[in-house]
Write a protein that binds this ligand. Structure first.
Ligand SMILES: NC(=O)c1ccc[n+]([C@@H]2O[C@H](COP(=O)([O-])OP(=O)(O)OC[C@H]3O[C@@H](n4cnc5c(N)ncnc54)[C@H](OP(=O)(O)O)[C@@H]3O)[C@@H](O)[C@H]2O)c1
Length: 288
């Protein structure tokens, strides 16, 4: 698709967002002016054959990949990009640093592992247990100034933790990456993020496959002629939330991309939202 005709979505215009804007080529427009695909591939516990899995995904059309040093997939991601002869600038690479690391040095280390010159997005992986996170956030801000990363953000932060970060640094995170499913989410955090132009990315959007056989989900998915996983991903997309499903299996990878050819009705979106029980695959939602 010609760059000039890529449908762009903004975090703050969600009320007027039309589903016709949800296409495989569409992108979110970040406040920085950078663009992010609507859906990506998670790589936590991706198979030992990271390179093969990623090559299959890249050939299939995935453009965004989520990783972190502790997923042990960064080297494989770099190798896959090379092996598939993918154009780096067509891809969107997300990685993370720990809250007690120097964000600048950790970003450099991550890039070295992937043999890349820049990341599109680097996140503080989780909120610090206590206090602030000067070294991590200030390091990321420096990495952004130096062009090592295009946008910076956080993961699993509550509203209060984001407010504190912004109060101290004056810099709004571009993204809050959090666990987000019909069974566990927070409408107030979504409203806060939309109001502040922060994009929500959802990790474990498929409940780590723990709740895919819930009768209410499978029954509704069947009505749309889709799988439970596809229903959950589409529920994310229609809220302007960016899902990062992980899939080793090629068929799963393919199915997870096939979520742009149906639309969940408003009544069913509300119904799915009503399943909220603050469920977390980890036992507790970190941002509540
Ligand atoms: N920021 C953070 O703190 C944080 C925390 C956790 C995760 N993450 C990121 O989010 C990504 C996704 O989360 P996750 O890996 O925890 O879990 P997930 O994506 O919710 O679920 C992955 C599981 O779902 C299965 N699956 C995938 N597609 C499917 C389909 N179409 N039908 C049926 N089953 C399907 C996968 O099976 P197969 O693999 O066998 O295909 C795998 O068992 C991670 O990989 C990571 O990149 C970030």
């Amino acid at each position: 698709m010609d760059a000039a005709t890529i449908p762009l979505l903004r975090a703050d215009d969600w009320l007027s967002r039309e589903s016709t804007l949800l296409t495989p080529e569409s992108c979110h427009l970040l406040p920085s002016g950078n663009q992010m695909p609507l859906l990506g591939l998670g790589t936590w516990h991706l198979s030992h054959h990271t390179v093969n899995s990623l090559c299959s995904a890249l050939r299939m059309g995935y453009r965004m990949i989520d990783t972190s040093a502790d997923y042990h997939t960064q080297r494989g991601i770099g190798e896959a990009i090379k092996a598939c002869d993918a154009d780096r600038d067509d891809l969107y690479i997300i990685t993370k640093v720990d809250p007690d690391e120097d964000g600048y040095e950790a970003t450099r280390r991550n890039l070295a592992q992937m043999k890349l010159n820049y990341a599109d997005l680097v996140l503080i992986h989780r909120p610090p247990k206590e206090g602030l996170h000067e070294k991590a956030w200030d390091g990321l801000r420096r990495a952004k100034r130096d062009g090592l990363v295009h946008d910076i953000g956080v993961s699993s932060y509550s509203i209060h933790q984001i407010e504190e970060l912004v109060y101290r640094s004056g810099e709004m995170p571009a993204v809050n990456q959090i666990e987000w499913t019909p069974f566990g989410h927070s409408p107030s955090l979504l409203d806060f993020c939309r109001d502040n132009g922060i994009l929500i990315q959802s990790w474990s959007p498929l409940t780590r496959a723990e709740r895919l056989n819930d009768d209410r989900i499978s029954g509704m998915a069947a009505r749309y002629g889709k799988t439970p996983a596809q229903l959950l991903l589409r529920w994310n997309l229609q809220q302007g939330v960016v899902p990062l499903p992980k899939a080793n299996h090629v068929q799963h990878q393919r199915d997870n991309l096939s979520v742009f050819d149906f639309e969940i009705t408003t009544a069913d979106m509300i119904k799915l939202g009503s399943f909220n029980e603050h469920y977390s695959a980890l036992g507790r939602l970190l941002y509540i």
